[in-house]
Each structure stands twice: as structure tokens, then as C-alpha cells.
Design a protein around this ligand. Sequence first.
Ligand SMILES: NC(=O)c1ccc[n+]([C@@H]2O[C@H](COP(=O)([O-])OP(=O)(O)OC[C@H]3O[C@@H](n4cnc5c(N)ncnc54)[C@H](O)[C@@H]3O)[C@@H](O)[C@H]2O)c1
Length: 327
Amino acid sequence: MKKINKDRSVLIIGAGNIGAFYDTPRSSIILSHAHAVTNHSTCNLVGFFDIDHKKAKQAAYIWDTAYFGSLEQAFSQTKPDIVIVATSDNSHSNVLLDLSKYQPLVVIVEKPIATSVVDGEKIIKLFAQKNIPLLINYSRRFIPVFQNLKNQIDKGIYGKFLGGTGIYGKGIIHNGSHLIDLLSFLVGESKVFSVFNRQFDYSDNDPSVSFILNVINDVKFTVHSINSKLYTIFECDLFFERKRIRILNSGNNVELYDVVSDKIYKNYKILGKPKIINVTLHKSLYYLLDNAYHISLNNRIKPLCSGEEAIHTLRICQSIRNLNLHD
Ligand SMILES: NC(=O)c1ccc[n+]([C@@H]2O[C@H](COP(=O)([O-])OP(=O)(O)OC[C@H]3O[C@@H](n4cnc5c(N)ncnc54)[C@H](O)[C@@H]3O)[C@@H](O)[C@H]2O)c1
């Protein structure tokens, strides 16, 4: 019987921090796509392409691989099976348009899929026509702890969702989208109810906005933006009939609270001491690549974060960005 080659070649477009420079081959944890690829037993990093050729060359040197002067050169020399797009937010849709001229088996794209819904929808349609699966890196979806939480919520074990809060900074599209995506993943899709604060702490066209979402049955999720020039914060607090879930430190720690009887005041129910779960968030890039790897072997396998899911998130972010404060 003919042996099927299960090894996969991977090209990284965008030799920036998350593509190449957040860590090195000697780092103990995986913080870059390059490290995720070199750690995967059946994936092989064939090189980098970046419009900044110096960065591509430097990344290639660190990760002991090749660099290319153009996408065309990268494809003609390596024919990559998996392509990772780790370029700046505003370039994703153009890079994906260029990529659609080729036929890789899977494409991983950093969030956001695009910076406008129109561009994002165009990309999804094009990739669906070409039958190239897209996988978007909303990182928490790839982590088993968050997948388990979702399963418990979906099974009704925690009871109905009662409301919650979130905190973030660094742009509604750039970073607030992680929070909205996490809410969609865990609890369900939502609609914008109102916005109440806006600050430009990250970029001129991507403000950090405070807002309220309507989730299921008119239940609200309130989000405060905190100026990321002061410090970085990403938190989420979700209340259910039988459980409270606090997601802290960007998702590196999760606290689970049960409802217990108060020992001091008779007949009072309160939340007990939390069970603390340490999350291996830094493994998300590896899990993301592994999902892409399995899709490359069988494209009926579901992406853990699809283009449609990323567009839902982008649609909410875009409405929040475009709403006036008094709307
Ligand atoms: N999922 C996450 O948790 C997470 C974390 C960090 C960054 N990101 C995302 O990763 C992406 C990259 O972030 P970063 O911090 O590494 O940025 P960066 O600025 O360090 O790197 C971006 C690189 O892309 C290159 N580039 C820009 N346009 C290009 C194009 N058209 N073709 C080829 N190369 C191009 C730039 O020269 C630069 O080297 C962003 O979209 C960001 O939102 C996601």
C-alpha cells in the first residue's frame, strides 16, 4: 500500500513579534508561530516572507530556515501546505487576496480576519470558492480549559447566563475582539446595546470603546475600556445561576465559584471560595497549528475558529466603533 506523506510544510507571512520574535528556539514556552511550527513533530518551517526583507532575513537566521523576497518566490520554491498570516491587522485582507492565487491546504490568519466586514466577507467567499479552509487565531478557543467551560455551559450544568462584565484596552478591533469572541464562544452571539466611552490609546482608527451588549434574552454584558498606555488588562466575569466564572490575567487564570450557604447569615446563598485553574494560554499557538495540521489531512475537520465566527465578532466590533456615544 502507498504510504501517505503526513508531513506538512509551513510558510509564515509576517516576520514580526508573533510570527518570529516573541521567543527563540531555546525558549521554554511557545510565544511565536515559528516556535509552534518547529515544535510540531510533523510540521516543517520552510521560511518567512515579509515586506520588510530585513526582518524576514533576521527571522530566517534565528529559526534556521529560508526567507523569500516575494510570495511568488515562496510558493514556487516551497509549495507550502499550511500558510500562517501574521502581518499587521490592516494588511490581512490584502495578503489573503494575494494568497488566494495559490492553493495551500489550510491558511491560518491572525485576528482580526480583516479590518472591515465588507473585506472580511469577500475573503470568506473567495476562500470557500477555492475550498481553502481558513482558521482565525482567537487564541482562547484553542485551549482545552475554555473548551471544557463551553461544554459545561452548553450542557446547562451552570444554569442560565445572568450577565457579566469585561475589561480590555488596545483597540476594539485589535483587542476588544478577543473579549467579544470569547463571549460568543462561551455564551452565545450578542448584539450591541449601547456605547459609552471612547479613547484612542492604541491607534487612530481603532479606539478602545466601552460598551454594553445584549446577549441571550436581553441579558447584558458590560465592557469597560482601560487606557492600555497605563497598563494592560484583559478580564471577563460571567455569572450563571449556579456558577461564576472569572477569567483573569488575559485568560492565564480562571476562577470558578459555586453557590454555597452562608455560614453567618441563615438562608443566605453566597459564592464560595474559588477553584483556581491555571491555564496554559501560551500553548494556544501550538494547538492552533495542530488544528490546521489535522484539517490539512482531512478538510472535513471543523476549524476551532472559522471565518464565519470571526466575521460575527468583527461585525460587532465595527458597529461599536461606528456608533456615536449617545446612540
Ligand atoms: N491572537 C493573539 O493573541 C495575537 C497576539 C499578538 C498579535 N496578534 C496579531 O498578529 C498580527 C501581527 O502582530 P505583531 O505584534 O507580530 O506585529 P508586528 O508589527 O511585530 O509584525 C507584523 C509584520 O508584518 C509585516 N507586514 C505588514 N504588511 C505586510 C504584508 N502586506 N506582507 C508581508 N508582511 C507584512 C511587517 O513588516 C511586520 O514585520 C496582528 O494582526 C496582531 O493583531 C495576535
